[in-house]
Design a protein around this ligand. Structure first.
Ligand SMILES: Nc1ncnc2c1ncn2[C@@H]1O[C@H](COP(=O)(O)OP(=O)(O)OP(=O)(O)O)[C@@H](O)[C@H]1O
Ligand SMILES: [Mg+2]
Ligand SMILES: [Mg+2]
Length: 466
């Protein structure tokens, strides 16, 4: 390296020549130990003595059709705790990094950074002693651009038939049947896999999922339809499919985040997404203070375990709220106390998000005298045209959770849209029958666009450990 120290700002362009990546915009973060690179469809291959990893990367966050398939030797697998506190077992690769004409080897962990602004985090172990980081500056090194990817093959909707697994415990319900129909209509092969009947060896060198006495084949894509009661086990099964390199329509991680209602609310708040003023508690001593955190008027108290509106109660006065919470206190159940958004008029809006788009929206109106709009409680649905702001909020909420497919429920309040919840396995029946849109096909199309084109040579090799 040269005599003058290499200077880096807090954000820089770099290239990773060994991976065939001419331009990556990275955040230099001395708070992070190891560098991390965005990767999906991560799939190990090669021999046990010389293990390699293949993954797909979308270098430009604004251009999802630009995909580069990379391969590198695996140097380690390591537990990494990210800034949001999640611990993840990641593959570590070794590769050269290049800034201007200076090049040196670094270690990089692979993780899904789809929802992050930067495709790469440049950590402190990648920065050598003769370099300086100037946190107040950016782009000290030569600026590159995504134009360098001109001429790279663009992704086209897959013409090839895909092998898809639909993970569900209810293969006969409307949503699963429609997904099956849509996949088959588009020429794909789809299998219904009962989540609960999957089993697996965790430490296998070659990750597998077993079913009825045999290992399941390698799928191009997995559609998780995991019910609330199966969240924990379903996520484990899905993670296994992820490790096998299948494209999962929603990742296990994103399902976990959206299912944890407290975490989901905290995450939405952190990203400044509008929601009703919300407080949560388990067994509070100071009921009055808890109620005041949720505003000054009527409140809605929700048991966290509730679904289909069952554990959701309206307290129209402070007194009513107090006695309600006092009753909950003995149950040691976690619950939310929320400002009651009266002007929503017993209605909410379900926005069905696929990728970066709201593909359909319906307004659900509660039965006469009912503030809960759940269709299971006798609510009725109608088509609604969303405002630009509502669309934006729905897409942002799905992004924040990391979901590609989501049912985002919004209350229309006098101060703009307020998010109620984000569902990771939204049902198709209400939305399709009301809007007359073929949402199932849109989900399959999303898979066609995002499931990486598999190099069959690599896949055949990885199927048999050598
Ligand atoms: N803060 C609120 N203000 C006004 N109405 C609300 C509020 N919270 C909930 N509601 C109404 O009650 C219904 C049920 O509430 P929510 O969706 O939070 O619980 P849930 O339906 O039991 O949960 P899940 O959808 O996971 O089954 C909502 O669809 C909405 O119509
Ligand atoms: Mg609901
Ligand atoms: Mg829900």
């Amino acid at each position: 390296m040269s005599d003058t120290p290499l200077k880096l700002g807090w954000e820089e362009w770099l290239s990773l020549p060994d991976l065939g990546l001419p331009a990556i915009r990275a955040k230099v973060d001395t708070g992070a130990k190891t560098s991390a690179l965005h990767a999906h469809a991560v799939e190990p291959f090669g021999s046990i003595s010389k293990p390699q990893i293949r993954f797909t990367l979308r270098p430009n966050p604004d251009d999802p059709d630009l995909e580069v398939v990379c391969a590198a030797p695996i140097v380690d697998r390591r537990e990494v705790t990210s800034s949001n506190g999640e611990t993840e077992l990641r593959y570590v690769i070794s590769t050269n990094v290049q800034f201007g004409d200076q090049k040196w080897p670094i270690q990089v962990t692979l993780t899904n950074r789809e929802t992050m602004a930067y495709r790469m985090l440049f950590g402190r172990t990648s920065i050598t002693e003769d370099m300086a980081v100037l946190p107040a500056e950016s782009f000290i090194q030569p600026k590159l651009s995504y134009d360098l990817y001109k001429g790279f093959p663009r992704k086209k909707a897959a013409k090839r038939p895909l092998r898809i697994a639909l993970l569900t415990r209810e293969p006969n319900n409307y949503s699963c049947q429609r997904l099956k129909e849509a996949a088959e209509q588009r020429g794909h092969h789809i299998e219904m896999i009962d989540t609960r009947r999957c089993y697996m060896a965790i430490n296998a060198q070659q990750p597998e999922v077993h079913y009825d006495g045999k290992p399941l084949p390698q799928y191009d894509a997995v559609i998780p339809r995991i019910g609330a009661s199966m969240t924990f086990y379903g996520m484990a099964v899905l993670r296994q499919f992820e490790m096998m390199g299948a494209y999962c329509l929603n990742s296990a991680q994103s399902i976990g985040v959206s299912r944890d209602k407290l975490y989901a609310h905290q995450l939405l708040a952190r990203h400044r997404i509008g929601m009703p003023a919300t407080a949560f508690a388990s067994s509070p001593k100071d009921t009055k203070d808890l109620i005041s955190l949720a505003g000054n008027g009527a409140v809605v108290v929700k048991l966290l375990e509730s679904t289909q509106g069952k554990g959701v109660v309206l307290a129209e006065t402070k007194k009513a709220a107090e006695s309600l919470i006092d009753a909950f206190r003995g149950l040691e159940a976690n619950f939310l106390v929320q400002e009651f958004v009266k002007e929503a008029g017993g209605a909410d809006v379900r926005c069905f998000v696929v990728g970066n788009k709201v593909v359909g929206a319906i307004k659900r109106q509660g039965a006469e005298g009912e503030f809960r709009s759940n269709l299971h409680r006798g609510g009725s649905a109608s088509v609604i045209k969303l405002s630009v702001e509502e669309k934006k909020v729905a897409i942002k909420a799905s992004k924040v959770m990391g979901l590609s497919v989501a049912g985002v429920d919004i209350l229309q309040s006098s101060t703009g849209p307020k998010i109620l919840e984000v569902n990771s396995s939204p049902g198709l029946e209400g939305i399709e029958n009301t809007t007359k849109k073929d949402v199932a096909s849109m989900m399959i199309e999303h898979i066609e666009l995002h499931a990486p084109v598999v190099n069959t040579a690599i896949r055949t090799r990885s199927a048999k450990p050598s």
